[in-house]
Design a binder for this molecule. Structure first.
Ligand SMILES: Nc1nc2c(ncn2[C@@H]2O[C@H](COP(=O)(O)OP(=O)(O)OP(=O)(O)O)[C@@H](O)[C@H]2O)c(=O)[nH]1
Ligand SMILES: [Mg+2]
Length: 196
């Protein structure tokens, strides 16, 4: 058991300069539809805090959630996803403009969680994004989503495969399900530790 993260919606923005001062922030990035917004809701144990959708592109702006108390300046940031499957170059460019500015220039961004679809595994775009994070020297950690969709008999194989494709070790990936809550307590406690 673990308590929901005490977060509230603070603000949406298209540009970095629209955001107020903050102390420390952690952002969630990943392919459209990977489950970033659902994960925010699961962490807070609230259904409609972040807008989610079956169709990729639910999140269009930089969405800021603040940890209590109000004015703490500790933020969790939900970002629009990058290309879904064969997303047009146009969409990728849109993501790039908004997100690159934010990821490169936000002064108090401590790191990002890169969400990888646990069923699909890392896509070429995921790997490209990771390379780019290395390039801009931003810390990141992996969260594999939708584990509820993996059959128990396939679970070991899937985990091994995903870890291999990312070129990391088992301990470097957290496995979560926003649907069943699996892995959510661990992620909550990691996030709280980070802001402590
Ligand atoms: N089965 C299952 N479905 C999930 C899980 N997390 C998210 N989904 C579903 O995946 C779809 C996309 O979820 P979102 O949270 O909107 O994804 P997103 O990454 O925020 O997408 P964008 O805002 O487009 O970038 C929705 O239909 C969710 O219900 C999960 O843990 N398990
Ligand atoms: Mg979203």
């Amino acid at each position: 058991m673990s308590s929901p993260l005490p977060i509230n919606f603070l603000q949406s923005a298209a540009r970095l300069n629209q955001l107020p001062d903050r102390v420390l922030e952690l952002a969630f990035i990943g392919r459209s539809n990977v489950g970033k917004s659902s994960l925010i809701n699961a962490l807070a144990n609230r259904k409609k805090l972040a807008k989610i959708s079956k169709t990729p592109g639910a999140t269009q702006l930089i969405n800021v959630y603040e940890l209590n108390p109000e004015g703490s300046g500790n933020w969790l940031v939900d970002l629009p996803g990058y290309g879904y499957a064969k997303a047009p170059k146009q969409e990728m460019d849109r993501w790039r403009r908004m997100i690159e500015e934010y990821l490169i220039e936000s002064p108090s961004l401590g790191g990002v969680y890169v969400l990888i679809d646990g069923v699909v595994g890392p896509t070429a775009l995921d790997l490209q994004t990771i390379e780019w994070l290395e390039h801009i020297d931003l810390s990141y950690r992996f969260v594999a989503t939708k584990v509820d969709k993996i059959r128990p008999s396939k679970s070991q194989g899937r985990r091994k495969d995903l870890v291999n494709k990312l070129g990391v070790e088992k301990k470097d990936v957290m496995w979560v399900s926003a649907s069943t809550g699996s892995g959510i307590p661990q992620l909550r406690s990691e996030i709280l530790d980070y802001f402590a």
